[in-house]
Design a protein around this ligand. Structure first.
Ligand code: PEP
Ligand code: MG
Length: 544
């Protein structure tokens, strides 16, 4: 992603900017709301029976409060709250606290200690997914604690930049973001629930800031740069002025790009470039007009499986796929089978503690290892295909046998559905081209279409993990070796009459898009919010 470059403010002290990791793009200036770490006030213990009753009632009150929040929440937010309700309803969560109460410890101290132990375990988990869940647990801890101690967690005023160690999802949902505002965290992770909510709501967010919270003075107007991953908590007048001119420039640019949104992608010399969208959650589509795109180039189904107490059954998968196809109103929809594993673990399915998860049992490898689970997804897809032009795409294909093995399962499920008189259609079966072995010998892969996964292809070709900041400079799709492979796959597709698209982040990246066009790509799929700008880049590009 190209970073929005802010003009260097004249005379601004370099240390005024603190850098972390970008979690949600956007520029915002606003008063700082500093969430200082909660200071634990230990109360005097009553009898164990009294303390246990106090804790039980605080847990019940907390569940009721989260349920009330959930009733007003959108689908994705409601799922997160569901997870918290399930955790709080699980007897095992408070077991340690009740045991300590029996030993004479006060309810608040017992609860805090018990939860801190579990939070610490999550916080040091090897897996980013579990680390990110630590903030759900601290949310639960603080909410119950507030109920025990009779306090109330203060919320940032509308338009403020929340600065803290972490932010709990329920606190995010209780905030009023209608007047803007942002989030800056010294902890956190771009893949946490709260980061996902921030991106979906357009709230700029930065995580992992190197900043001593205790030393930060309140500021009337701090500056947050969600795309550059940095904050200025004590901006000079010059820095503020420069920032405001960057905000104005960013909004002018956005308005200029917006006029391309409903137009078809077309180069300056009039060649058509298909522009599709990537979808992680069906709710994302509710506010979008399907006329902005030529179709859906990637549905990442693993996100439908995230945070679920169990894997979704055929009926619930079918409902989601059907909803997406209905939204697309006749445009092609490419649904990728589960790409679990790697950096996207699914509890109870993907392998735990692989020494190198990106090279492990992920994507199609995992699906073929669990054919009974895979068959459920293939059935749901074949049924949904009766409602529109659905295509199935396999992630992480490394050898042609993975395609033939899947085709056998799909044909088998399709035959069973037909025999049972269930409406269905046998969708085309295509593959992601994201493993170098596949890109290098593409003519050996019997697929109906190819979609280049530039995110993984880049990390595998450059041997630099996509989630390690220290090698981010090497992990570049502009590397000539990556571009050469992309060009060769595009060229082979043209020659063989097989559709080739690209659905990695490079497709929506204004820096990389011209290089992809030069490599011969004429079909790109990207996050919906990148579409307008990408079409403007395409409109300015010419083949010669
Ligand atoms: C990719 O690897 O480019 C891709 C689109 O898949 P994901 O980012 O989900 O791995
Ligand atoms: Mg991938």
């Amino acid at each position: 992603m190209e970073r929005l470059t802010l003009s260097p403010a004249k005379g601004m002290a370099a240390e005024a900017w603190h850098t972390g990791r970008p979690a949600s793009p956007g520029l915002v200036a606003g008063p700082l709301f500093i969430a200082r770490p909660m200071i634990h006030r230990e109360s005097v213990a009553g009898s164990p029976a009294e303390e246990a009753a106090k804790l039980r009632s605080a847990i019940t009150t907390s569940i009721a409060a989260i349920e009330a929040l959930q009733a007003k929440a959108s689908d994705d937010a409601a799922e997160i709250l569901e997870f918290q309700i399930a955790m709080l309803g699980d007897e095992a969560l408070a077991e340690g606290a009740f045991a300590a109460i029996l030993d004479g410890v006060a309810a608040d101290a017992a609860w805090t200690t018990a939860l801190d132990v579990q939070i610490a375990e999550y916080a040091v988990a090897e897996d980013e997914y579990f680390r990110a869940r630590a903030s759900d647990l601290s949310d639960i801890r603080d909410r119950v604690l507030e109920n025990l101690l009779g306090g109330g967690g203060a919320l940032p005023p509308a338009g403020a930049i929340y600065l803290g160690e972490d932010m709990q999802p329920s606190r995010f949902l209780a905030c009023d973001w209608s007047a803007g505002g942002g989030i800056a965290l010294t902890g956190g992770s771009p893949s946490s629930h709260v980061a996902m909510l921030a991106r979906a709501r357009g709230v700029p967010m930065v995580v992992g800031l190197k900043l001593d919270l205790a030393a930060v003075k309140s500021a009337d107007a701090a500056l947050l740069d969600g795309e550059g991953g940095r904050i200025n908590v004590a901006p000079s007048a010059e820095a503020t002025e420069a920032f405001h001119s960057d905000v104005a420039k960013a909004s002018n640019d956005a308005a200029r790009w917006e006029k391309y949104l409903l137009q078809p992608g077309k180069t300056a010399d009039g060649e058509r470039v298909l522009t599709q969208i990537n979808v992680a959650a069906p709710e994302e589509l509710d506010s979008l007009d399907p006329a902005i795109c030529d179709g859906i180039g990637l549905v990442r189904t693993e996100f439908l499986f995230h945070d679920q107490p169990r894997l979704p059954d055929e009926a619930s998968q079918y409902a989601v796929y059907h909803r997406i196809i209905t939204w697309a109103a006749g445009r092609p929809v490419t649904i990728r089978t589960l790409d679990a594993g790697g950096d996207k673990p699914i509890a109870g399915l993907s392998m735990e503690a692989e020494s190198n998860p990106f090279l492990g049992l992920r994507g199609i490898r995992l699906s073929l290892a669990y054919p009974e689970i895979f068959r459920v997804q293939l059935r749901a897809l074949a049924r949904a295909a009766a409602a529109g032009p659905l295509k199935i795409m396999l992630p992480m294909v490394t050898v042609p046998d993975e395609i033939t093995a899947t085709a056998t399962l799909l044909d088998d499920e399709f035959a069973k559905l037909q025999a049972a008189g269930v409406p269905c259609r046998r969708p085309d079966l295509g593959i992601m081209v994201e493993v170098p072995a596949t890109a290098l010998a593409i003519e050996h892969y019997p697929a109906a279409f190819f979609s280049i996964g530039s995110n993984d292809l880049t990390q595998y070709v450059t041997a630099s993990a996509r989630d390690i900041a220290a090698v981010a400079g090497l992990n570049d799709t502009a590397n000539p070796a990556v571009l050469r492979l992309i060009g060769e796959v595009a060229g082979y597709g043209r020659k063989a009459g097989i559709d080739v698209s690209l659905c990695g982040d490079a497709g929506g990246d204004p820096r990389l898009l011209p290089l992809l066009l030069s490599a011969g790509m004429r079909n790109v799929s990207m996050a919906p919010k990148m579409l307008a700008r990408a079409k403007s880049v395409i409109a300015e590009w010419r083949a010669s």
